[in-house]
Design a protein. Sequence first.
Length: 592
Amino acid sequence: MEKVLPESVPTRHLSGPLSPHELQQLFAQAPFGIGVFDHEFRCRDVNGRFAELTGLARAEHPGKTLFDIVPAQTPQLLPLFQQLRQGPPRCTFEVEMVGLSRAASPARWQVSVSSVLDEDGSFSGIFLVMRESAQTGPHLDAPASPGLQEMTHRHALRLYQAEARLQHLSYYDPLTDLGNRHLLQERLTLEIETARVNHHVLALLFIDLDGFKLINDNLGHSAGDLLLKLSADRIRHCLRPGDIAIRLGADEFLVLLPAIRETQDLLGLIEGLQRRLHDPADIGQERVRLSASIGVSLYPEHGQTPDSLISAADNAMHEAKRRGRNGYLFHSPDMTAQTRERMLLEQGPLKAIEQQEFRLLYQPMADGHLSGLEALIRWQHPSLGMISPDRFIPVAEECGLIEPLGEWVMRTACRQGQQWLAEGLAVPRLSVNVSVREMRSHDYVERVTAILAETGFPAERLEIEVTESIIQSVDHSLRLFTRLKALGGQIAIDDFGTGFSSLSLLRSLPIDRIKIDRAFVQALPDDKHSRELCRTIVQLASSLGMAVTAEGIETQPQRQFLQSLRCEEGQGYLFSHPLPEPQLPSLLPVRH
């Protein structure tokens, strides 16, 4: 054979395996892109040419998944990787990818994807080779003028950009640029299989922003969108390389943590997310602060399919929110029953109104005689039985159903009050509880006006009860209360002493009555703190010309102590339990 190498080249360099140094040179100097990814499809290393083709610096690749590096190709890559993991040994695929080069020119890449096996033949990752396709850019059969070439280039660029954008939108939320439900289902399926093969723990975090709806309603949807984008950025920056953030919709997010090795790492990440999401945010001229309720589910402990893991995390999030918000909980089996109840409560109010499942009970108030009635809603659920309002009102508020429900209560109570008046019975005062969220709706006064006109019930006999959190916004409360008082109605602050009121706020608002919360009354007369608080409230109300009602009176000693403070009106089981409408006529005095 004719020699083609100089005599000076030692023949030992021409035989045997390449040295690590030679392999490294080949990797670095290859004219095509080379990427090495592990069994979880996270990048271990790429060469310089690969970085040029993807447009990312070489140092930015390690730790990222290929989905992160070329997100527009997710629809192609997900099924391909499933086949690589489950296919025959040494499986190889050829695919073509479309995108933009670093110079923002249209580009096509021919990509070879091969499985990499361990010494025992098990799947350990992929080896990816990327070349520029010979068909890069538009194909022209004949030379074109420079102007035509430029037009064709721009047209091709727009086509490629549109194609990449469509592919991106199919997997990513357009507002926050986080993944969407489609990406979640496919990535979660892939990561569950990866965790199963490698005996890893996978974590799913279901995040709900506490208080978002109130801010969105008050500041507007544009402000709400800004807050969602800011929250998405905060979530994104708390994650590790390879973690996946998803926006499910509205103010709900989900974070997929593919490989959890230490419990403390997981807890640290969750607590870091909560701290970051709780930081104040400047939205326009307003400074707002949110918190987050987070539910956590783990593979394989809490579920082994995408749907079961998502459901478990959702259950845990709702339980965390129910326990007081701004917290996190891991899923537990007993949450399944709680979630079923919540689902029934969420789906039921509108249907319950139609099917007349709601009931109003009326609890008397007394000052030696019957001085008023408070309308109290109950839900006779067909499968859950009698449900008290503290279980379904918060759900109705979160689901946006509080307005139709509150309107039903107001209309039903006023209609019943007018019926008693028509029968010649006296109704000294009829109190109706109103949610703060309902009162903050822009047309609340108009709806009350319409109900009074429809039922004929006198406005001066109607008392609207609202919790003291309403007076945090003094200007809004002043306008609202003034308009309601102009109708002839009365305003009562319910559960006083548990919220945010101050003397200066009460002085500035047209309030008729303060109702002392039952928590303070029940500790009377033995508890010193409760005695002093009740004494202070009665004195405060007297100085401001307001009436006082003590709620939750159950014993004669409680009543006697309150009377010693000159609190004349009481409400509670000592006087009467809440009663259905048929039992009231015998208690109501005849009108004179």
